[in-house]
Design a protein around this ligand. Structure first.
Ligand code: OAD
Length: 249
């Protein structure tokens, strides 16, 4: 069900219609309504049940590559069964409406592209891809892995998921593109992220410093809430379609 249009301030609708450039930062909250778990929800978040130090660091992979590979294989399966929700679809629609649009995501689930978004900046990689743990060669998709983890077709080293782990650098070009988009936009939306993980958490502040209007879409408060112009309180899958509908009909 769409959120009532009355919940979306008129001033925001006008700013959106006039915006030349819009940047969006998404986190796992936008995929929650697709059935993909978030990270920090006290009951259902992945980090409530799993220790990131045991599963999402280079040291963990060195210690137990099979455990790490299998955990990511399980998550890949979850993502494979999930479908984009109306929140993802609304952002794909927004891209078609706004002259200059950048969608920056911390998510590794690929659901934005599956919803039709074209320009997606993936800050934390993509769980559907693998990469050689030694040479870094990226493998788009593999079928019927008999080995766990599978080995690199070129050098024979273990393949790893092509995601960013704790303690690792983000892909340089994606990070630069994301900061550039934040600096250049008139309107910046932070959607479904707790804003606790750097450097992604700095992007809204970069936009703010550069004069953009900042908006948050989240059912809960975050450290960003006190800095934003508008908070659209609720689920991305309800609020974003309502926003696109009231702004563009
Ligand atoms: P978190 O789990 O930290 O935060 C999810 C946010 O989504 C919270 O603020 C929720 O209130 C909000 N949320 C939940 N359901 C929502 C909905 N239906 N609509 C809108 N918002 C909703 O997840 P992230 O912020 O994505 O990094 O976490 C950032 C990074 O930390 C991840 O990319 C991952 C993780 O460790 C790595 O693995 C490197």
């Amino acid at each position: 069900m769409d959120a009532p249009a009355a919940n979306i301030p008129e001033s925001l609708i006008a700013t959106l219609r006039d915006a030349r450039s819009v940047a969006i930062l998404t986190g796992s909250g936008i995929s929650a309504e697709s059935g993909v778990p978030t990270f920090r929800n006290a009951q259902t978040g992945l980090w409530a049940s799993y220790d990131p130090g045991e599963l999402a660091t280079p040291e963990a992979f060195e210690r137990d590559p099979r455990l790490v590979w299998e955990w990511y294989a399980w998550r890949r399966e979850l993502v494979g069964k999930a479908a984009p929700n109306p929140g993802h679809e609304a952002l794909a629609e927004l891209e078609r409406r706004v002259p200059d649009f950048a969608l920056i995501t911390q998510n590794v689930d690929g659901l934005h592209r599956r919803a039709g978004s074209q320009r997606v900046i993936e800050l934390h990689g993509n769980i559907l891809r693998s990469r050689c743990s030694v040479e870094g060669i990226v493998i788009e998709a593999r079928e019927n892995d008999s080995e766990v983890p599978p080995s690199c077709p070129s050098c024979g080293a273990f393949l790893r998921p092509d995601v960013v782990w704790f303690g690792e650098m983000l892909p340089t070009s994606a990070l630069q593109e994301a900061f550039k988009a934040a600096r250049n936009c008139d309107l910046f939306f932070s959607v479904g992220t707790s804003g606790l993980v750097q450097p992604a958490a700095s992007l809204p502040f970069e936009a703010l410093r550069s004069g953009a209007v900042l908006v948050e879409v989240n059912p809960n408060d975050t450290p960003l809430t006190q800095h934003v112009e508008d908070t659209l309180r609720g689920r991305a899958g309800e609020i974003l379609p309502a926003l696109v509908k009231v702004a563009y009909g």
